[in-house]
Write a protein that binds this ligand. Sequence first.
Ligand code: C5P
Length: 223
Amino acid sequence: MKKNIFVALDFNSLDKAVDTVSMIKDEIAGVKIGTELYAICGNNGLTKFKELGLEIFLDLKLHDIPNQVKKTVAAVKSFDKVKYLTVHTSGNYEMLKAAQESAGSIELLGVTVLTSQSNLEGVGVKNSVENQIKLLVNLAIKSNISGVIASAQDISLIRSLSKELKIFCPGIRSGEDKQDQKRVMSYADFSKKADDKCFAVIGRPIIEGDPVQNIKKIIQSIK
Ligand code: C5P
């Protein structure tokens, strides 16, 4: 089976992140570097992971005026190390279109809805979760970006709108402890829904404790 796990390297030290990745790199499709690690290690970190032969997903979740997002995407492209970069679909069409104009070989992924309905209401969104996801995914489709970040619970809905979009799913949990994730799914259930354009983004269930045993258990859960 094609490898479909991106490990979220939510560490405050590059050494810890590199040690963890070195232990599990044969089992994963790539690494996700978020704002915490990127703030600490910058491009130096990107180079290290590139040297390990892994695809790099830089999770900066850009959301700004279109011109600034466009220039930031161009700056990331100039490093020539990043394969996937996140932007917020709620930045709206003009921002997404501007980002895509300078993306070149970088594949942009648009963050959709991962929160509960009550959280949507808390920021003044009156749409149901389903309608909000449809609206944001349609913005991603219209602006021609490569994929979206969404709960695995939304894979079927997103596939009813597009067969082409890549779908990256955080919130993968097997046990009872959801931590701060609200819309979760086990890796086994994700795998039943996933096609070859779907990827799991998994952080704490892999990096906390013993990463080798953790990923082994996750992969064996589908056998
Ligand atoms: O530790 P856990 O598996 O919950 O990590 C999930 C990762 O996915 C985190 O790095 C988080 O930043 C990321 N993510 C998320 N929700 C989003 C976008 C990204 O949990 N909307």
